[in-house]
Design a protein around this ligand. Structure first.
Ligand SMILES: Nc1ncnc2c1ncn2[C@@H]1O[C@H](COP(=O)(O)OP(=O)(O)O)[C@@H](O)[C@H]1O
Ligand SMILES: [Mg+2]
Length: 95
């Protein structure tokens, strides 16, 4: 399937911009977040990263999905677990 066709068929997938548009400034911003996180812990020390916030729709799902993509892109084994038992959505962005 052509990448553009894939983008239009599932609107949720458009949010995975780090995968669909790796040269975009948004994708670059997620790579900057990745660098900042890696900078805070020595290589190999950080095994688990939790992202949360106090209110819905603050950007958690979008952030973690794109962050997982850019972390995987730099060769690290990456497991993304959706801990939102009320409104799980990660499967819709990546499924
Ligand atoms: N960095 C961002 N800039 C603009 N809109 C964003 C950003 N991150 C997320 N959004 C939008 O905000 C809304 C809520 O995002 P979502 O990731 O589902 O939040 P949460 O998981 O915290 O409920 C979505 O419509 C999403 O597209
Ligand atoms: Mg969410």
């Amino acid at each position: 399937m052509a990448p553009n066709q894939e983008k239009t068929e599932n609107p949720e997938r458009r949010k995975v911009i780090a995968l669909l548009e790796p040269m975009s400034s948004a994708a670059e911003s997620y790579r900057n977040i990745r660098s900042s996180i890696f900078y805070t812990a020595p290589e190999g020390d950080m095994k688990v990263l939790t992202v949360t916030s106090s209110l819905p729709r603050e950007g958690k799902t979008t952030t973690v999905v794109n962050l997982a993509v850019v972390i995987a892109q730099c060769g690290k084994k990456t497991l993304l677990i959706d801990g939102d038992f009320h409104r799980p959505k990660i499967h819709r962005l990546l499924g």
